[in-house]
Design a protein around this ligand. Structure first.
Ligand SMILES: Nc1ncnc2c1ncn2[C@@H]1O[C@H](COP(=O)(O)OP(=O)(O)O)[C@@H](O)[C@H]1O
Ligand SMILES: [Mg+2]
Length: 303
């Protein structure tokens, strides 16, 4: 496969649990070599999608292809080529963390021993403890070390850092960057923007079982609005307000929002009036996401 080819290609995927429509025509395309952030609030359908990608669930409609295959039909083959970290890792209670890492690694055709040792050290994991003795965060570490020690093409990580402390979150960000540098493709799900913001080449935002936005961070910012604060050398005329919204004029002072792509045009209209002070605030991604996260009152279970 070459760069630009979809490692994950999901089209119109639907999945219901009884009457509840968890996925309602979901599209997801992840290109080879990219880190793709899969972002959405709890209950949006991230794990359901991922379970279809792993061949753990069968979709009702639409299609899903992972590494060129239908995951439902090619489970064994696929699991040699991908590694998966769930958000709530369960381990064998009597097996040590180190043994669990090796067992998980053997399912994927063995581990890179140097990488394994390096990751154990950086994540400050004690591999000699038994599964039942590990805290939630340490169970996550065992699965992360196992996944990242294998030389797989595709990492599917479903809220992998839940329970990790912030220091370890930094280590996680580093090692994902290294996996990417080594050519791996990564699907990284999260309900927290900051977890995927710095890593992701592209993001897909899922809400109520469908992807509502997809693109680079810059693409997503494009669709949102910047805030302008300007002080002009004369009272603000009506003609200067074209293209602006949420307008507040107070004598020679103006505050308004503008489509981020139209900031230049707005400046062109304001400049002849003599700008004495100016700030342009880029759209906050946080506010963009909050808007996308706002749930409407549609009750899908009843529809
Ligand atoms: N096995 C199941 N049976 C019934 N409903 C489920 C099941 N698994 C998930 N759901 C529901 O489907 C929706 C999507 O869940 P999930 O895919 O786990 O979302 P996310 O991972 O984004 O938090 C949620 O409303 C959840 O309650
Ligand atoms: Mg989930």
């Amino acid at each position: 496969m070459s760069a630009g080819e979809a490692v994950i290609d999901v089209r119109g995927l639907t999945k219901s649990y009884g009457k509840f429509k968890a996925l309602q025509g979901l599209d997801l395309h992840v290109e080879r070599g990219q880190v793709h952030g899969f972002l959405g609030p709890n209950g949006a359908g991230k794990s359901t999608t991922i379970r279809v990608l792993l061949g753990l669930l069968k979709g009702d409609g639409g299609s899903a292809q992972v590494l060129g295959h239908d995951p439902w039909k090619h489970v064994v083959d696929l699991h040699r080529r991908l590694a998966y970290v769930p958000g709530d890792v369960s381990l064998w209670p009597g097996m040590t963390g180190g043994e669990a890492i090796d067992l998980l690694g053997s399912l994927r055709g063995g581990l890179d021993e140097r990488r394994r040792a390096d990751l154990i050290e950086r994540f400050e994991l004690d591999p000699s403890k038994r599964g039942r003795q590990y805290s939630k965060g340490n169970r996550q570490k065992v699965a992360i070390v196992a996944a990242l020690s294998s030389n797989v093409e595709l990492l599917i990580l479903d809220e992998p850092t839940s329970g990790l402390d912030p220091l370890m979150e930094n280590v996680f960000q580093e090692v994902i960057g290294e996996a990417k540098a080594n050519g791996a493709t990564v699907l990284l799900s999260s309900h927290i923007l900051s977890e995927v913001e710095s890593l992701a080449d592209r993001l897909s935002i899922i809400r109520e079982g469908a992807v509502v936005q997809t693109g680079t961070l810059a693409d997503l910012q494009q669709g949102s609005r910047s805030t302008i604060h300007a002080t002009l050398s004369a009272p603000v005329p009506q003609s200067a307000l074209e293209g602006l919204s949420d307008i507040h004029v107070d004598g020679d002072r103006l505050r308004a929002t503008v489509d981020s792509a139209e900031v230049g045009a707005a400046m062109t209209r304001l400049a002849p009036l003599g700008i004495t002070a100016l700030t342009v605030e880029p759209p906050s991604l946080e506010s963009l996401f909050l808007r996308l996260y706002e749930t409407d009152s549609t009750d899908r279970a009843a529809s």
